[in-house]
Design a protein around this ligand. Sequence first.
Ligand code: SI3
Length: 288
Amino acid sequence: MKGIFTALMCSFDEKGQINEKGLREIVRYNIDQSKVDGLYVNGSTGENFLISTEQKKRIFEIVKDEAKEQVKLIAQVGSLNIEEAVELAQFATDLKYDAISAVTPFYYKFDFEEIKDYYNTILENVDNQMIIYSIPALTGVSMNLDQFGELFENEKIIGVKFTAPDFFLLERLRHAYPEKLIYSSFDEMLLSASVLNVDGAIGSTFNVNGHRAKQIFELAQNGQIAEAREIQKVTNDLIADILENGLYQTIKEILKLKGVDAGICRKPMKTLTDEKIEKAKQIAERYL
Ligand code: SI3
């Protein structure tokens, strides 16, 4: 379960329906071209919070069918509707996903006891291992070292997808819980997190830049920091341009230039203007 995991995109058509052929091509591109170690399915990058339960299940099925046992698969099942979270967790477990993950419950200001109950409820109903998905900037939910520790008391919680620029907390977590898996999840901070000995990373830009993420992570593990810094620099030039042009839309456009039928993003996400499509082409030519 260690290494570089792509936060997988999903291909959607103009009607917002899953483009199965396109999704299969995205899976193949990540496995065959980028050679990532795993896929994180139905996360933020997969537009999970914009789609129906049936669509989430279908995506789990298609990805498993395409990837088979070639890479590790993590199913993000988190939902404000706890019955949906349990249903998806059971569904992905039946499909033999290697682990499930759930975003911290958001929108309502849940207290820590409620958050803990959410994870324990999902896990009481499913025979699988869980990776907490912590992304305070989007959920508004920040947890401290002790709270992570309390969640980790449940042995089925095997790690955390740590999507925050808090390197103090990251170092404390690494030190306090050497046996838990910690995944860094801001791609632009991969080297810094790798130096703190994270077990892997999960990221959106790995859909097109997974090969460099693998290099950064492996170089850092070998102590080749100067070399890793060079690759992180190019990576961050790429990420800065992608973020400026529109994150998920630009990644999809770049995939299309690589021959992958990545489709468009679901509404209310916008489609790229002609000018931004041209910019995406320039980004691809410059970096990929
Ligand atoms: O669940 C997911 O799709 C992710 O892993 C998200 C991941 O943390 C990305 N965050 C978001 C909000 O998309 C990052 O990979 C991020 O896009 C990247 O670092 C650029 O800022």
